[in-house]
Design a protein around this ligand. Structure first.
Ligand code: GLN
Length: 575
């Protein structure tokens, strides 16, 4: 429970915690930041978090998911870094555009202000005007959210040219409010195989680099494959100028939801309060402890006798997971999390398989492998690569009654498949892939057409939360409606709001033709009369959503559609 407003009058809030990374990227800085937020929240504080991306891009919308990872979308329609998704999942909160800062946004604002003569004729300079803009943005978040703690994660690693101005902002903020600012460095400690010993030198170097920027970390989180032992903590303490109790061990773990619990074992929460001179408080992470204990139990060998720990096998037919010789799962992080949340709800173990759409195009018959799975998801995507393979996969799921969940592009392609193979509209397609197609069952809205024409791609899709009216007596209605609604007013439509990120829509001119053959338009956006959810009759679960339900799934509150999808997958499981 949060009671950010019931403050002890002696405490001056808000407090700001900057988190920077050392040695290398990809060591889980985002989830560590989210986990710290969770701990403070569990102590009864109101917490928010800000992600700083040191890119010139104004938002993440124009970035390739293979390069940057998933693009997350907030209710107010900002395309941002996946870490904002981590914050939302950990804090169980909807964040907004204020929680995301990029170099591009900062410069854009400063230049705009200069054009408006708001600097009153003086020379506008990189320092201090850029860091000042950063500080004002961070302060604005604190004000508008009335948070007790604002966590600010600075992207990249220390020593890079790119994030220097953000470190400068942090340094200037500390100068202005020395009692309200804390620095945490999350650094990596390798254990090279040929040496067999954990090495602290890269972390020492990272601290030096941070010192060069005028910052001394207050706490160091040591990320490594194994926990940090006492000699290592002592060494870091001496060489990096922090107390031994401020060196926190952050070993690899199986589930990210365990991180808060691990940090609490090292007393990180109260260590932070102590540094701010705040009265210590107990944390309450009981719900998370319960979740983590379920996750851990599920990892143990399958309990055949009671079928207690059986798994559910979900195949994802996509394309954003290959980079050179590596499989990259970051592009679909919210979907993976949503599957996990829903599966854990049923106390089952999720098994996720990456299936290449292009293979189904190139090698005839390979699509039959879909039979091995309990359910199939076709996620969102852009561009024509792999599209025909995805359509083949969808056709196979429809005909073989394999539970199917289509997300955004996955919904659009389900409509194309149905139009072609059931309604006999042989030329059916989306105008995204066939601009002059004769049967454009998926088409761009007129206002989107104008934007495309002017090459205005960034931040111009249908983005963010829109209302969806769900028809009674449908699979989706059953999934969404709380029991009391189902029992009391089973005939009334149910309203929900879901997040969007797309330019194309189901073309209303083809609605009748599709409905005549058994496709049901289950969810409709009432303001614009746009189709939001489709379902097929006579199928255990065939649902497509124009929106992205995965963005709103939380570990202790799985998304209704994912939950229902997994329930049917488990019911039909042939494993
Ligand atoms: N490319 C499709 C569109 O823009 C689908 C987008 C998505 O899947 N997010 O409408």
């Amino acid at each position: 429970m949060e009671h950010g407003t019931t403050r002890n009058f002696l405490y001056i809030m808000p407090k700001f915690i900057f988190v920077a990374g050392g040695v290398m990227s990809g060591i889980g800085k985002g989830v560590a930041t989210a986990a710290i937020g969770k701990i403070l929240q569990s102590k009864g504080f109101k917490v928010t978090a800000v992600k700083i991306d040191p890119y010139i891009n104004v938002d993440a919308g124009t970035m390739n998911p293979v390069e940057h990872g998933e693009i997350f979308v907030t209710d107010d329609g900002i395309e941002c870094d996946q870490d904002v998704g981590n914050y939302e999942r950990f804090l169980d909160k909807n964040l907004t555009t204020e929680n995301y800062i990029t170099t591009g946004r900062v410069y854009q604002a400063v230049i705009q202000r200069e054009r408006n003569l708001e600097y009153e004729g003086r020379c506008v300079e990189v320092v201090p005007d850029i860091p000042n803009e950063v500080i004002s943005r961070i302060s604005k978040v604190a004000k508008s959210t009335r948070a007790d703690f604002v966590l600010i994660e600075i992207g990249g690693t220390v020593g890079e040219y790119q994030n220097l101005l953000f470190l400068e902002a942090a340094r200037m903020m500390r100068l202005q409010k020395p009692k309200d600012i804390l620095f945490i460095l999350i650094s990596y400690l390798p254990v090279p195989e040929m040496i067999g010993e954990m090495k602290t030198k890269p972390t020492q170097t990272a601290v030096r680099l941070l010192n060069e920027a005028g910052i001394q970390p207050d706490i160091i989180l040591g990320r490594s494959s194994v926990p940090l032992d006492e000699p290592r903590k002592r060494k870091i303490s001496i060489f990096c100028n922090v107390a031994p109790e401020d060196v926190i061990s952050a070993p690899d773990i199986k589930s990210i939801y365990e991180i808060s619990l691990n940090f609490e074992k090292e007393n990180l929460g109260n260590q932070i309060l102590k540094k701010f001179g705040l009265r210590l408080r107990k944390s309450n992470l009981k719900d998370w402890e319960r979740l983590v204990s379920i996750i851990k139990k599920l990892e143990k060998p399958v309990h055949q006798a009671h079928n207690l720990y059986a798994s559910v096998k979900i195949g994802i037919v996509g394309k954003y997971f290959e980079t050179g010789g590596f499989t990259l799962m970051d592009s679909y992080i919210s979907i993976i999390e949503a599957i996990k949340h829903a599966t854990w709800f049923y106390k089952k173990r999720p098994e996720i398989f990456w299936l290449s759409a292009e293979k189904y195009e190139q090698e005839a018959g390979t699509v039959k492998e879909l039979k091995k799975f309990d359910g199939i998801i076709v996620p969102g995507g852009f561009g024509s690569r792999g599209v025909e393979g995805k359509i083949k996969a969808i056709e196979f799921c429809r005909k073989n009654k394999i539970p199917y969940l289509g997300l955004c592009l996955g919904m659009q392609l389900a409509v194309v498949e149905f139009a072609r193979n059931v309604c006999g509209l042989k030329m059916a397609n989306s105008t995204e892939f066939s601009p002059n197609c004769q049967e454009p069952v998926i088409d761009v809205l007129p206002e989107q057409k104008a934007l495309l024409h002017e090459k205005k791609y960034g931040g111009t899709m249908r983005l963010g939360a829109y209302l969806c009216e769900i028809k009674p007596k449908t699979l989706s209605f059953r999934a969404y409606s709380p029991l009391r609604v189902l029992l009391k007013t089973p005939q009334k439509p149910f309203y929900t709001s879901e997040r969007h990120r797309h330019r194309y829509e189901l073309n209303n001119e083809f609605r009748e033709a599709l409905e005549a053959k058994g496709m049901v338009m289950v969810g409709i956006n009432p303001e614009r009369n746009l189709v939001e959810i489709i379902e097929l009759k006579n199928h255990p679960f065939f649902v497509g959503t124009q929106f992205h339900p995965e963005y709103k799934s939380r570990p202790l509150k799985p998304h209704p559609l994912f939950r229902e999808f997994i329930r049917i997958c488990l019911k039909n499981s042939r494993n």
